[in-house]
Design a protein around this ligand. Structure first.
Ligand code: NOJ
Ligand code: CA
Length: 529
């Protein structure tokens, strides 16, 4: 196995915070979030204690897939401000000890990207994948003077960049090798894009559809080789930068060259199930292909932590010290934690799990106050992928306060990028900042606890003492974590917990070797007293 430079030291302590730029904070009153809006709200992030922000794509784009259709990878989208505004954001974040990651859309561009418009008129161009004639299945007719059709990577307007095919097929003459001119040019272009942004002070990238590069690639061996080459370049040129993959199979992506991968709503059979088996209660963003399940964080108590713990064990064992797994609360493609019948009282136990399990936590903006997934929104910039697969519900404006438009924007409400959660009881940052018993304060204290107790981080050991409900584990031989996501009280017997000192707890009673957890109870205890 190829060895890479060890991940930069800061990554083990990362607490990620994902910002969907359209919806975080609007500084100029046009209803769309922007860089200066984020800069103005950095104090919230610093107060919360997160230290690594990931911005969804903020590049020039026709925004038919919310910016995942990039038309110039080196230019920022005017809707978000100027390059100087982004530089100012990175600078101000750095002053507060916060790093900023961008989204790298590696596998495709917009059909308005100049590389693609050139390719559509030039039969010799091989930056994209073109069938010279006809319309093979899955291809899209050429929009230019060039005959034939091109292969899309996601939506039809997102042509796949050509990184080659892992295997040929004489019946499909468009299959080129991975070392052809086009794939080499595309790999060089990725290096150029990364170099540009890292040179401006960015700290790395979340890589979109990282597994998609080389086509017909069993086991993703050739795709892994591409990332391995890019990682070796990065190790030399930018040793302090990181690459996080949208791949959803850490045991494949990290050996390929990523510093970390996410458990995602999709992914290999086991890993994809891992995240949904924790959070997904069958409402919100649902792909019809997903088999219904009882998730662990469901008040019925019918779920199990097993699918997640097993997937984590397997991936963690495969990775060793070579990289990390990140556990998100949600993301821009998947339901928020507070979704469907789940209520605010069920969120603290979920966050206690997320912030104490040996993974890198990723908090999706607004989840720290329990913002709700807003159902049934109309399609916005490609948000609807299927009858129940609507991503807009997780992309609504951040709820800063109870002023007009929740403090997100001074624009008229009907000009906001997406409507606000219409619920009159919607949570706000301002109200929760003023209330020490709020979810926001709990999340802040749990993050602070991680920073003083390295045993709670991704490298500390974990020993499960009781599976199911309550779920009880010990981190680093010292910190006892008790979780009961069920509505009903649950108890178990565990020797020697009676004297443990509560660091953060609600509804958990330890008495000799008896442990009782009320419905939705959570606790982190110090076994050393
Ligand atoms: C994954 C991104 O997270 C999603 O939002 C996007 O639509 C697709 N990749 C296509 O880029
Ligand atoms: Ca704006």
């Amino acid at each position: 196995m190829t060895s890479f430079r060890p991940a930069p030291g800061w990554l083990a302590d990362a607490v990620f915070y994902q910002i969907y730029p359209q919806s975080f904070a609007d500084s100029n009153g046009d209803g769309i979030g922007d860089f200066n809006g984020i800069t103005e709200r950095l104090d919230h992030l610093a107060w919360l204690g997160v230290n690594t922000v990931w911005l969804n794509p903020c590049f020039k784009s026709p925004f038919r897939d919310a910016g995942y259709d990039v038309s110039d990878d080196l230019a920022v989208a005017p809707r978000h401000g100027s390059a100087d505004d982004l530089a100012g954001l990175v600078d101000e974040a750095g002053r507060r000890g916060i790093r900023v990651l961008l989204d790298l859309v590696a596998g495709h561009t917009s059909d308005e990207h100049p590389w693609f418009t050139a390719a559509a008129d030039d039969p010799a161009d091989d930056r994209y994948i073109w069938a010279p004639e006809g319309l093979p299945e899955g291809f899209v007719p050429s929009p230019g003077t060039r005959p034939g059709a091109y292969l899309p990577n996601f939506f039809a307007f997102q042509p796949a960049l050509n990184f080659g095919y892992a295997q040929g097929n004489p019946a499909e003459p468009w299959r080129g090798p991975v070392d052809a001119e086009g794939p080499r040019a595309n790999r060089a272009a990725l290096r150029g894009i990364m170099d540009h942004w890292l040179g401006l002070g960015l700290s790395g990238f979340r890589v979109d559809m990282a597994a998609s590069l080389v086509k017909d690639d069993p086991g993703r061996r050739e795709t892994a080789a591409v990332w391995g080459g890019l990682r070796r370049w990065l190790d030399d040129a930018h040793p302090d930068a990181v690459l996080l993959s949208e791949w959803g199979e850490p045991e494949v992506s990290v050996p390929a060259g990523f510093h970390a991968d996410f458990f995602l709503q999709f992914g290999g059979d086991t890993d994809g199930l891992a995240l949904r088996s924790l959070w997904s209660n069958g409402t919100g963003t649902v792909n019809e292909a997903w088999a219904p399940l009882d998730c662990f964080f469901d008040p019925s108590g019918l779920g199990s932590p097993e699918p997640f713990v097993e997937a984590w064990r397997r991936a963690h064992g495969a990775l060793g010290a070579s990289g990390f797994i990140s556990l998100p609360t949600a993301n821009h493609d998947f339901s928020r934690l507070n979704c469907g019948p789940r209520t605010a009282e069920q969120l603290p136990v979920a966050f206690t799990f997320q912030l104490t399990w040996p993974t890198l936590p990723a908090i999706y903006y607004g989840d720290e106050i329990g913002m709700r997934y807003v159902p049934d929104l109309p399609d916005k910039e490609g948000s609807v992928l299927g009858p129940r697969y609507n991503r807009a519900g997780s992309r609504t404006p951040m709820q800063w306060d109870d002023g007009p438009n929740a403090g997100f924007s001074s624009a008229p409400a009907d000009r906001l990028y997406l409507p606000l959660d219409p619920s009159p009881a919607r949570p706000t940052v301002a109200a929760q900042r003023a209330d020490e018993s709020s979810l926001l304060h709990l999340v802040r204290r749990l993050i602070a606890l991680r920073s003083v107790a390295p045993e709670l981080g991704p490298d500390g050991s974990v020993e499960v003492l009781h599976g199911g409900y309550p779920f009880v584990h010990v981190r680093g031989g010292r910190y006892l974590v008790v979780l009961n996501p069920a509505r009903k009280s649950r108890s178990c017997r565990i020797d020697g917990v009676g004297g443990a000192r509560p660091l953060e707890a609600a509804g958990v009673r330890l008495d000799g070797s008896s442990l009782t957890a009320d419905g939705f109870a959570y606790g982190v205890f110090d076994l050393d007293g």
